[in-house]
Design a protein around this ligand. Structure first.
Ligand SMILES: [Zn+2]
Length: 213
């Protein structure tokens, strides 16, 4: 078998197969991932792992979601129970979610997948997002995303943010299944560091600060 052969299940190279970590997660809250087109082919995009595990997940790739018919259809149908996870001047800590009245229950959680700059662009170009209840995680959590630095302290990958938010909005979710997904994420990062070699990793990611393009 060729060294470059891909696993048919997880689409990673067979030598870096993550299937041992990927199990279905029975989430009740639908995740709606609005993905910037620049993320689609990024080898380390975390949504790739999320699509393999979360049972309720919708990924839409675009920049201006006001013009995206799939998003607009979801928005029309579920806007009353949608919540947006995005750090903005008006976002409320999602940790306070349980204090809120049941009428504001989130059934659809929207996340923006892209670099901080691209996520901001999506937010600004899509006015519908401004009308949704806007939450953010108190960013004391440290990202494990050692390869893609964000200029915002405490910024997390889409996967990490989804896991933390789901634990809050859906307390009955199976925590073990979320832990396995986090392990898959760690393993993906580890594989990538092995691939580039520890030396390159130290040189490019630990000593210097990478600037977002
Ligand atoms: Zn696999």
């Amino acid at each position: 078998m060729s060294k470059r052969a891909k696993c048919s299940q997880c689409d990673f190279l067979e030598s870096r197969c993550l299937c041992a970590y990927l199990f279905p997660i029975e989430n009740q809250t639908t995740l709606i991932i609005l993905q910037h087109p620049s993320e689609t082919d990024h080898a380390l995009n975390t949504v790739r792992l999320m699509k393999k595990t979360f049972q309720k997940i919708i990924v839409i790739t675009d920049e201006k979601f006001s013009l995206n018919s799939q998003f607009m259809e979801l928005y029309k149908n579920f806007k009353e129970s949608m919540g947006l996870l995005f750090l903005s001047p008006s976002s409320l800590p999602i940790e306070n979610y349980s204090d809120r009245k049941l009428s504001s229950k989130i059934t659809h959680l929207v996340l923006l997948d892209g670099t901080w700059k691209k996520a901001k662009k999506i937010f600004h170009l899509s006015p519908e997002l401004h009308s949704l209840p806007n939450y953010a995680l108190k960013s004391q959590q440290k990202s494990q995303y050692r390869l893609r630095k964000s200029p915002i302290a405490g910024a997390l990958s889409t996967l990490e943010a989804s896991v933390l938010a789901l634990k809050i909005v859906e307390p009955t979710i199976n925590l073990q299944s979320l832990e396995l997904l986090e392990k898959a994420f760690d393993k993906m990062i580890e594989n990538q560091i092995d691939k580039m070699g520890q030396e390159t990793y130290q040189e490019n990611y630990l000593r210097k600060k990478t600037k977002e393009k």
